[in-house]
Every structure is written in C-alpha cells, then in structure tokens.
Design a protein around this ligand. Structure first.
Ligand code: ADP
Ligand code: MG
Ligand code: MG
Length: 914
C-alpha cells in the first residue's frame, strides 16, 4: 500500500504551502502525497463549493525538511506561511492577534494515510488574554470565549509544552467539584476564568515559561509540535503495524475555527455514509450539542445518534445528508466525515474513505456495483484482500451462546466472536498472549498507546466511548471483534477487576462477546465456523447466505483479471478439498513428511530411521508405502485433475525421533523401577541413534535432497506411492497430474541423481500397472546456489517452485526459527521494517529469485514456475511475484481467497515490463 513519495529538492521556487477557501483551492484530492489525506480532502471539498472553513496546508515536504535540518524550517517556507496567513485573514475577515476581531485557527496533523488519534491537533489557536475578551464582546458569550480559551491552553500545554494531560484534568475537576457540577457544559464564565488562571500556573510550573501570548509564536510552536508528533512512539508503532513508511511525513493544516460550542444551536459530530461495521446502507454517526472538536470521540459525554440531529437541527441535518451523499458519489467510496454546526450553519471539516470491517468492505463494494457507482474492476481494487480472510473468522454456536445469560450490552463496534481471559492493560495482553493464552482486553476506554495489546487480543471491550471512539475505529480496521461503551462495566484498571451489574470479573476470568450484536457474557464459549465455511462444508445452502454469494462474486470477478494461478499448500485430502472449495486450482506443495505424523505411523518411521542396514530400512518403508499411497490418492482426487506438486522428504530425520533430554529422563525412570528388558533396550537404541543424528546446524544439515541421495530407497518408496496412486486413478478414468519435486537442490548433479531414481521407479510402476500417466520431475529453488545456477538446473528440472521460506533463511542467513529473538530489536532500530519471513524481501532476496527465474527460462523457455511458502499468501509479496512473471502462487488453504484477490489487484496494477 505504501508508495514512495517523490522527493523534492528544496528551493526558492518550490511550493510548500497550499491555500483552500472560498470555493477554490491550490490542491486537490489527488495530492495526498503532498497534502496528506486531510489536506487533500479539504482542498477537494473547497473546490466542490462545499462549506469548508478556509485555511492552508503546509506540505509533507516541510516535515521531511524539518527532520533533515534537525528542527529548522527554511525561511522560504516561513515566508510562504506568512503570505498564506494574510490570505486567510482576508478570507476570514478577521485578524491574527487582533483583540477586537481575532482570527482563531486549528492546527491539524494529517499524513497520507490516516492514523486515528496517533498525532495531535490544536484548536482555538490565536487566543490570548486580550483576544479572549474581544471574542467575548463580539459574541456576547463569555462562557463560550473562556471555554475556547481553556481548551486551547490545555491542548497547547499538553501537545506543545509536553505537560501531562492529567495535570490539566486535575485542575479542571477541582473547579467542577468546587462549583458542584458534573458536566463541563455546566461551568459558567466565572468558573472558566478560574480554570484559565489555574492552567497558567500549571504551564508556568510545568514548562518553566509563561503561556505564549503572541499568536505567530503559538503557530510556529504548534506547527513544529505536529511535526514532532510524527515520530512519537505510538505513531511509529502504528506505522509498523500498518506498513506505513516513516519517511513520508505529515502535513500541517491551519484552518479557520468554526465553533460547535456557542450554545444549543451549535453542535459537532462525525459520521459515515454507510454503516462501517455491517456495510448496511444507512446514515451512521454521532453528534453532541454545544461541544467542540474531539468531545464526540473522547467519550466525555455520551453522544447522540446522528438520526436525532434531524429533530434538533433539521436544516443543517438535511444539508449534511445531501453533501455527504454527493461526497460518496464523487469519491466512489464510503466517506467518513467530520462536521461542525455553528449557530445552525453547517461546516464540513474532514472527509476521507471510511475504515471498515472486512465484512462491510465486501457488502459495500458489491452494493456499489449493484448501484452502478463503480465497476467490478473498481470493486476489486477497492477491497483490501485481508478483508476476505476476516470473513472466514469464526462465530459462536448460536445454540450454546443462547443458553448463557447476557451480562451486559455495549455498542457493536466491530463484528466477530471473541472469547478469552480478561486482562486490563495492553502490556498484560501482550504478555499473556505470548504464553499462548487467548485474551480479551478490557479497558475503560482505549488510548492510542493500547494498540499493541489490541493487536494480540481476541477482542476488545470498553466501558465508555461511542461507535467512532478510538477502540471502535481501530477495532474495525484490524478486523478485531470489539464492543465499546458497555456502560454497565465498572473498570478498575489498577485493581485489575471490573464489575458488571453486581458480578465481579477478575483478571484471568473468561468473558465472551459478539461484536455484531454487542452482547457480553461471562463464560467461555466455543466458536463455530463462519457462514462461508459452513457453505463450503455443505452445512448451509449457498442461496441462504447473502455474504457467501457476495464473497463468491468478488472472487469470480478477481479470476477474470488475474494472470497468475493460485494453488494451495496442502498435505492431506481434507485440506486439499477445502483448498479446492476456496478456489485453489492445484497443489503447489504437498509435504510428504507431514503424512508421517499420521496416526500410528511414527513408530514405523522410527523403525525406518533406526535401521542400521538397507534391508531393515526397506522393510519399514514397505510398511509406509500403502499408507502414503492412500494419502496421495485422496489428495489427487480432491484436486480433480489439477496439478499436484509432491515434495519428497525434506526435514532432518531427527525431527521424527523423541528429544534427547526426554529419552534420558524416560530411561532413568525405567531403570529406577521394575521394567521389561525390551522396553529399556528400545529406548537405549533410540537414544544412541538420536545422538548419532544430532547436528549442530540441522537447517543446513542432512535434509532435503541430501537424504534422498544417501538413502535412495526413501525416494524410491515415495515415487512408488505417488505413481501407484496416480495409476489407480488413471485406471478409474480420472485425470491426474503429478509433479514430483526434489527439495533443497543447489547443484544440478543432485537433481540428476534423484531424477534418475524417480524416472526408473515410475517406469517400473507404469509397466506393472499397464497404464501411462504423464508426470513431471522438478525442483525447489530455495538454496541461493540453486538460483544462481538455475540455467544448469533447468536442463534437468521440468518445473521450478521457489521455496521462499528457505530462500529467505539462506540469503539473509537468518534462522527462521530463531529470528523472533532479535527481530523486534531490528525493527525498533529500523534495520528491518518487516519480518522478511512474512513479507518477501524484494530488495535482497528478490534479485536472487529474479536471477533464478531469468536463468531458468533462458535454458528452458516456458519453464513452469511458482512460489510456495508463506509469502504466496501475502498481498505485497504477490505483487512482486506478478512483476517477475511467475506462473502461480501457492499458499495455505485459508489464504487462497486473499491470494486470488491480491493476484487480480497485482495484475491490474503491474504493467508489462514494470
Ligand atoms: P484527527 O485527525 O485526530 O481527527 P482533526 O485534525 O481532524 O484530528 O481534528 C480534531 C477535531 O477537531 C475534529 O473533531 C475536528 O472536526 C475538529 N476541528 C479541527 N479543525 C477545526 C476547525 N477549524 N473548526 C472546528 N473544529 C475543528
Ligand atoms: Mg487528533
Ligand atoms: Mg479528524
């Protein structure tokens, strides 16, 4: 998703500041790289003649300069800002720093990708001791003037001067307490004047300076604070999770203030053109009368549903509906908007594409096509492929769920069934889930710092906040089941307990909830497969499931546009069936050793390994043969004639034996008690073999093709099992396409050796069976030497499959089983952005793979090439595979829908020769 911004050279002629207002704008919606999402939206709305308070956007380039020049802003930029302030004063008919008619502005952060709550915004900037009196006279509203001033001081004090928010909160509460009021709207002018006095002292004590009275100084300081907030830890964490690069920077928007806090004819609110949780076509949102800015999302007062605005302020409501409907049609996407009504006059403050759940994404895109707002191609490009995997997430068994009483209800912020043990902090959530425990993160309300905990939790439950609160927005985006505003919950985060209607919940207790209905229950409840899986498993009729039909529709559209094939990695017949149902056309990797772990098989495998001569080994292999043959028969059949790539044995043999330490303990235990001689003898023999097989570096040890070369009888048995199964199917009149794949080849002679074995046995089997089956012998390219000599290898190989897990491991020299120990540090130190085992490393492993592709095709034109490994199901990696022209990707069955959509997006995005 992240593209690199085109770096601009700083210079006198460069444009750094973009004005908007009075039906015109220097920028437009396509300039998100320069203006950020918020700035581009404000420019676009201004151009469209919508009521947007005028202002200007300081571009993201200035943020880059700020960091490059260690906090100094070039004078050319300052000059452009000064010029735009003059322009804004004219448009607003007010003057910066004037005591009789002061211009007040907001200073708003806004990057290319929206990062809810991650950076900071300051409202009412321009106020000072004199201007506040002027504002009072002008509006004949002293309460309003001082309410605006105290808000400004608090935001400025915390964001710019970095004084903790709660220091201000404490003073505010103290005044409320002294006046005996509960709501901030109940404080009168006199009380608010006192708050201002107290805040001044807080600032003097905390910042060792007076609150700055000069508006231009306020503005410069606020601007730089917004730039600094780009690098705050929670913003960095957010970008890491969502793959947003650090270098793109944020823009700063300076905009004339409008006021939702002038009284009962004023309000502020946020909304969506459609329901972002369910996708339903309904106007959706919340508002507060007599409030400003973040009050709605901050959960200070409980907001009203937007439908009620129609009764309170009908004219503004109708205008809002009209404007937002137009915005949706204009952007061809669901819009998430902010508005303020000042004395019955509507102002639009923001519009952007709404974050939505995967479920809603599918509903909305298919509805848009039905409404002829977009084409199927546009629908495909609009849906984040991960949405499809969210649709496969489990729900509760309604029967079991129905038996348990509802403990409380909250707002259904993000759908999905969640069940787990309660924790009360993000840190605990991370710790517990590291121990493999499912957790539910319960908070009074979440703050942006909680994001790591939310990420690992099964679900998030909060006591306060509305449908557009932080927890709700982030939950929907992550596809994390979330319920917010469960007001009956009394959460004591420090005491690690919470109570709900008289029931006590302690840390570690089980709680379950349904993010679609908002019901919370105090029990552990098993979940059940999603509707889509029920349809695929034949438990639900397709026509009874609306979501299944839409899911299928999107995939059918995707198939029309994608070039690459999509296969699955599946080892067993049932997995292969599921993969086929998900649309996989072929198996890209069938790991035969996984079959060795099947029931009752391990002892046979161990006998094979323990054999110290070929005869004994062959005897054990003969026992395995019919079992493998059955498995292959099932996998072939499930694939209905599509190609099935079967890899010969790959892991080091000791993986099939017990651990050395465990054996020693068992032997000690046997010796201490009466025991059968045989039993002890077997264990001792095992231990001896385990010690023989011990390797210092098993991943680089005796595995893959090296096993087949030293024990050809294993390759023989596996080939026999594959070909006997294939011949049987052929005799039954079914089509089969076996592809036998030799792993870990780094030298052409390794492959030549094994290919001879395979061909010899295959010929034998076909002769015995009296039938011919077309099969291919190919190799995995996963050792760098294999890629660098792919032209030689291609003289033997009839296909390539890039094993990107091992290729990454061996190119980086990172053990994929041990990277967890240092990856986090690497990411914190910005050495690596992403886990290269999850997202293919285009820069370093990419050229190795590309060399393999080019050399392979040069030696054998038309050579079939695919990729198997975790990257085959990762959208951004798929993009790269499209670029290098692979024929297919192969991924786990559950990722197949994601891969189909991602492959279509990649094909639409990648131009030939890119
Ligand atoms: P965020 O990105 O966190 O939403 P915003 O910059 O959008 O931050 O602003 C925070 C809040 O302040 C929003 O509710 C917004 O509508 C409000 N706000 C911002 N600028 C103005 C303005 N010029 N007049 C009135 N309200 C504003
Ligand atoms: Mg903000
Ligand atoms: Mg906003």
């Amino acid at each position: 998703m992240a593209k690199k911004a085109t770096p601009k050279k700083p210079g006198k002629s460069s444009k750094y500041v973009y004005f908007f207002g009075n039906g015109k704008a220097d920028g437009n919606r396509s300039m998100r790289d320069t203006l950020g999402g918020k700035g581009a939206g404000l420019a676009e709305m201004s151009r469209a003649g919508l009521p947007v308070p005028p202002g200007f956007t300081i571009s993201t380039d200035v943020c880059s300069l700020y960091y490059k020049q260690k906090g100094k802003i070039p004078s050319a930029v300052d000059a452009q800002i000064a010029e735009n302030i003059r322009k804004l004063e004219k448009a607003a008919a007010a003057t910066f720093g004037s005591t009789s008619n002061p211009l007040l502005v907001s200073v708003r952060s806004g990057a290319k990708f929206s990062m809810p709550g991650m950076m900071d915004t300051i409202l009412n900037l321009g106020l000072n001791d004199a201007a506040v009196e002027g504002l009072k006279v002008r509006t004949s509203n002293g309460r309003f003037a001082f309410d605006s001033y105290r808000r400004f001081m608090q935001m400025f004090g915390s964001v710019v001067l970095e004084i903790p928010k709660d220091v201000f909160e404490r003073e505010f509460e103290a005044v409320k307490h002294a006046k005996g009021v509960a709501l901030d709207t109940d404080l009168d002018e006199q009380a608010l004047r006192e708050v201002v006095q107290r805040y001044k002292k807080v600032i003097r004590d905390g910042a060792k300076r007076d609150f700055p009275q000069e508006p231009r100084e306020q503005l410069t300081m606020a601007r730089d604070a917004v730039f600094r907030s780009w690098m705050n830890p929670r913003a960095q964490e957010y970008r890491r999770i969502y793959d947003i690069p650090d270098h793109i920077g944020t823009a700063v928007n300076v905009q004339m203030m409008v006021f939702g806090n002038t009284g009962d004819r004023s309000a502020t609110g946020v909304g969506f053109t459609r329901n972002p949780a369910t996708g339903a076509r309904e106007f959706y949102g919340e508002f507060l009368v007599n409030a400003q800015g973040e009050d709605v999302v901050a959960g200070i007062r409980t907001p009203q549903p937007i439908a009620e605005l129609e009764k309170v302020l009908p004219t503004a409501y109708r205008q809002l509906r009209d404007i937002t409907t137009r915005l949706e049609r204009n952007y061809k996407d669901i819009q998430d908007f902010e508005f303020t009504i000042q004395d019955e006059r509507l102002f639009m403050l923001q519009t952007r594409s709404g974050k939505r759940t995967g479920y809603a994404a599918v509903i909305i895109a298919t509805d848009f096509v039905a409404e002829r707002l977009i084409t199927p191609k546009e629908a495909i490009l609009q849906i984040d492929p991960e949405s499809l995997s969210q649709l496969l997430a489990p729900g509760f068994d309604q029967q079991e769920w129905g038996k348990i009483p509802v403990a409380t209800r909250g707002l259904p912020a993000s759908p999905g069934a969640a069940s787990g043990q309660v924790v009360f902090s993000a840190d605990d959530a991370v710790q517990w889930s590291d121990q493999g425990k499912p957790v539910i993160l319960v908070r009074r309300e979440t703050v942006p710092d909680d994001i790591r905990g939310m990420f690992v939790a099964q679900g998030v439950l909060t006591a306060t906040g509305g449908m557009t609160s932080h927890a709700a927005v982030v939950g929907r985006q992550m596809g994390k089941p979330s319920i917010v505003g469960a007001a009956a919950l009394e959460v004591d985060e420090d005491g690690r307990t919470c109570s709900v209607n008289g029931h006590m919940i302690r840390e570690g207790d089980f709680v379950s909830f349904d993010g679609l209905t908002g019901e919370v229950k105090l029990a552990k409840v098993a979940s059940k497969p999603s509707e889509i899986l029920q349809v695929l498993h034949g438990q639900l009729e397709p026509k009874k499931s609306d979501i299944y039909r839409r899911f299928k529709q999107i995939l059918t559209w995707s198939d029309k546009y994608r070039r690459m094939g999509v296969r699955a990695n599946a080892d067993q017949p049932d997995q292969a069936e599921l993969a086929y149902a998900f649309g996989a056309r072929g198996i890209g990797l069938c790991r035969t050793e996984h079959m060795f772990f099947g029931e009752g098989r391990i002892p046979i495998v161990q006998r094979m390994i323990l054999a110290d001569n070929e005869t004994d080994r062959r005897a054990a292999l003969a026992e395995l043969l019919p079992l493998q043959r059955e498995d292959f028969y099932g996998v072939f059949k499930a694939m209905h004639g599509e190609p099935v790539t079967i890899r010969t044995i790959d892991p080091p043999l000791h993986e099939f034996l017990p651990k050395r330490e465990e054996l020693m303990v068992e032997i000690a235990r046997l010796e201490a008690r009466p025991h059968g001689v045989d039993e002890l003898e077997t264990k001792l023999a095992l231990l001896r073999r385990v010690e023989q097989l011990h390797e210092f570096n098993p991943m680089l040890g005796h595995r893959g093709v090296r096993l087949g070369i030293t024990y050809p009888e294993i390759t023989e048995m596996q080939t026999r099992a594959i070909m006997e199964a294939a011949c049987r199917l052929a005799k039954e009149g079914l089509k089969v396409t076996p592809e036998i794949m030799i792993p870990l080849v780094g030298h052409v002679k390794e492959l030549r050796d094994q290919k001879a074995v395979v061909n010899r046995v295959a010929a034998e089997v076909m002769k015995e069976q009296g039938v011919r089956v077309k099969y291919l012998v190919g190799t995995m390219i996963e050792v760098p030497r294999g890629a660098m000599t792919a032209d030689e290898i291609a003289t033997e190989a009839e296909f390539f499959s890039f094993g990107t897990n091992d290729l990454t491991q061996m190119t980086f020299g990172f053990s994929r089983d041990d990277i967890g120990k240092f990856l986090r540090v690497y990411q914190d130190k910005k050495i690596l952005d992403k886990d290269p085992f999850a997202t293919f490393d285009v820069d370093g492993v990419g050229p190795v793979l590309r060399t393999g592709v080019e050399l392979g095709r040069r030696a054998r034109p038309g050579l079939k090439m695919g990729v198997c490994g975790e990257h085959g199901g990762d959208p951004s990696s798929i993009h790269f595979f499209e670029k290098v022209g692979l024929d297919y990707v192969s991924c786990s069955p559950y990722r197949v829908p994601v891969a189909r959509l991602a492959a279509a997006q990649a094909a639409l995005d990648v131009k030939v020769g890119d």
